[in-house]
Write a protein that binds this ligand. Sequence first.
Ligand code: 3HC
Length: 294
Amino acid sequence: MVAGSGTMTVEEIERVTVLGAGNMGHGITEVIALAGYDVTMRDIKRELVDDGYGSIEWSLEKLAEKGHLEEPPEAVLSRIDLEVDLEAAVVGADLIIEAAPERMALKRDIFAELDEYTDDAILATNTSSLSITEIASATAHPERVCGTHFFNPPVKMDLVEVIYGAGTSDETAETCHAFVESLGKTPIYVRKDVNGFVVNSVLGPFGDEAGWMVSEGLYEIREVDAAMVFQRGYPMGPFELGDLTGIDVGYHVRKEAGKEVPPIVEEKIEAEELGRKTGKGYYDYESGEGADYE
Ligand code: 3HC
């Protein structure tokens, strides 16, 4: 390992690596390639990388159909490299964004390994709610570690939280902030490394309350979603949103925070009905019925 040699500026960022090809990983990769950067997307198995790439192809076609692309999808895809080997994916990268499943032990293992393969790269984690400080402490360079929390689906969602861990340098956070702006997104600084940061601190209790109300038999899933959409004007109710983000994601966020999980969530995990990605969650997407609560 080479000792850190100063902080990367946004102008110096040319090559980005995203670790993880799941919903967030492939979505973040797409956004970065759309902004003109060369980006490597890495996951632990070739099938996962290929699935993620397929989702990017689908999304780019959709954007092209609607006239939202300034260049052919192939031009965007040509900036994306695929990798399975971690070392090959990260050596020479200026910015690495980890988007692995929401488990502290896993993220710490990845960051410890990144420390061996990188010198002055910025190491960012796309965590929903885990402590940046704790993830960063797996490296010898917490000043180069920062949170960059994108929202699902990244290509459509504007906000990105740029989160300080206790050891994050201002230079690192400022470079991440400027990088997010260069993607055409709106970054906000989150200076307190509290569980859930800003957005999920507010969104979490909303999803929990909905989960408990349905688990206790007070209301139906469709009623709760309809109430939030048609009264509050939210784009989706909490259950439809759970299906979009992945019921397993919310489950792990709660477990890692030591919270009790509403039984309806446990049931879905046991049945492996995790939302859109498995074709079934709170709603059935295979039947074509989907989140029909009108
Ligand atoms: N790429 C390209 N096109 C997409 C797409 C994607 N990723 N996702 C959906 N589309 C397409 C749809 O297929 C649809 O195409 P069609 O008209 O040909 O069928 C088109 O975009 C329009 O989609 P919709 O009519 O469904 O709706 P909108 O475009 O109006 O909005 C939405 C879609 C942006 C997802 C909106 O419903 C929304 O904002 N939902 C809430 C999302 C949210 O809150 N995300 C944050 C979750 S929390 C999180 O991520 C935190 C994490 O830590 C867990």
